[in-house]
Design a protein. Structure first.
Length: 443
């Protein structure tokens, strides 16, 4: 058999040949590299491979099948281009390659779709019904994602004093493409298709201007849990490579990052452009541990200027109203730590080895209790709306576990194409309300 299809499907009675690790998995965690010495001992192989993982041969076959489909489509397009222009001359008429009308027709069909089609409207208790028939725009700190720099929440955040914008602080241990592991060398008699694949990434930096505004951006927000590098999901993406990783060549780009803050972080201000339908929704994680935000460590008030002095700890922030919540949170922390110790499953083990940040108490059952005095402010173009604890808990929706959505604008009369400034902050909860903004959606 050709090398590319060996050990993909073994005959009855010989299945063990296809399942042998040396035939199914070819990987290593490190190849000696000039000028780089991992500070953490590297594993011999990427951990966690079992029968649920199909192995590299399956992925190679599937990848080539997909590539073949794309190449055939491209060839058909080139043939059409050639046939039409031979008789009709250049340029090729618009109807052969412009897709505007095709996209418009698809959108028109979506907006006129019967409400009974599909299951989107089942979410009407969680999101505005208009979302089901509206093309949404978004930003996130989850990875992988395309064009990570321009699709991050950080890219739309208004800088605080001095130009501070939360960003990924972790650094790559080294840069540049990895050297191919020897295990992936193909035999001399096999076809080498690597030359077909090439990719280039152009990274753009956005220029931001700091404008004066009544709502002043705070200095206490930070990006938490997101891997560094170009985590775009491509074969050429350079992502992760943390000093703490025990498998620098594993190539994984999965991370669930967010812009993390608490009361002392102050206002988080960002701008969403081209708002046409008057919809803005935020995805929040409200169950983070206070210790995960180290930027506001020892702060006792929101800071908007580096010139502000850090006050020494004084009276309790809530004047005693949150004492009960504090005690219950300590108990919850103890329970979470106990549960964490009990849940040393293989998946968590793999994530820890790769240097991922582990977010404690992500699930709703481990949601931290908020002080009774807690308030959540959000502002749309400077108009502030304040939600007390009860109103906030009623307004934030949970379509499923680990997803909390807060709609801050649902106004069908909004002026099309408008640029809107959005701001959020927490009050009267100190460091205990550690919230992360993970996604921003608008239309």
């Amino acid at each position: 058999l050709p090398w590319a299809v060996r050990y993909l499907r073994c005959k009855k009675g010989k299945e063990d040949l296809c399942e042998k690790a040396e035939n199914k998995y070819l990987n290593t965690c490190w190849v000696e590299r000039k000028g780089v010495k991992p500070p953490t001992k590297q594993d011999d192989h990427i951990v966690g491979a079992d029968k649920s993982h199909p192995g590299w041969r399956y992925h190679q076959l599937k990848g080539r099948m997909l590539a073949g489909t794309v190449l055939e489509a491209l060839q058909e397009a080139i043939n059409t281009w050639s046939d039409v222009t031979i008789t009709g001359g250049h340029p090729l008429p618009d109807e052969y390659w412009h897709v505007t009308d095709y996209y418009k027709e698809s959108r028109d069909k979506m907006t006129s779709l019967d409400a009974g089609v599909g299951s989107c409207l089942k979410l009407k208790d969680y999101v505005p019904e208009r979302v089901c028939k509206t093309a949404m725009t978004g930003r996130s700190e989850f990875t992988p994602r395309p064009m990570p720099e321009s699709t991050s929440i950080s890219s739309i955040i208004k800088p605080a004093e001095g130009g501070y914008v939360p960003k990924v602080e972790d650094k790559l241990l080294y840069d540049g493409p990895d050297d191919p592991p020897p295990a992936l060398d193909i035999p001399d008699d096999a076809i080498d298709v690597r030359f077909v694949v090439s990719a280039g990434i152009r990274r753009r930096r956005r220029r931001r201007r700091l404008n004066e505004d009544a709502i002043v951006p705070g200095l206490g927000w930070q990006v938490h849990g997101e891997l560094p590098g170009v985590c775009d999901g491509t074969a050429t993406g350079i992502c992760g490579r943390l000093e703490s990783s025990t498998c620098l060549l594993d190539g994984h780009m999965d991370s669930k990052g967010g812009v993390l803050g608490n009361e002392y972080s102050g206002w988080l201000v960002f701008t969403v452009k081209d708002v046409k339908e008057g919809i803005i929704m935020l995805a929040l994680e409200t169950s983070h541990d206070p210790s995960e935000n180290d930027r506001t460590k020892d702060w006792t008030e929101a800071r908007t200027s580096e010139k502000q002095e850090v006050k020494k700890d004084g009276d309790a922030v809530d004047g005693g109203e949150g004492e009960k919540a504090d005690e219950e949170n300590k108990a919850a922390e103890h329970d979470a730590e106990t549960e964490k110790a009990d849940e040393k499953n293989e998946t968590d083990g793999r994530r820890l080895r790769r240097g991922y940040s582990q977010v404690a108490a992500r699930t709703n059952k481990r949601r931290r209790l908020l002080p009774e005095a807690f308030k959540f402010d959000f502002a749309i173009d400077g108009k502030v709306t304040t939600l007390d604890k009860r109103a906030f808990e009623e307004r934030i929706k949970k379509p499923r576990d680990n997803l909390e959505l807060l709609t801050v604008l649902d106004d069908a009369s909004a002026k099309a194409g408008k640029e809107i400034e959005v701001a959020i902050r927490m009050r009267d909860c100190g460091r205990d309300c550690a919230f992360a903004l993970t996604h921003v959606y608008w239309a």
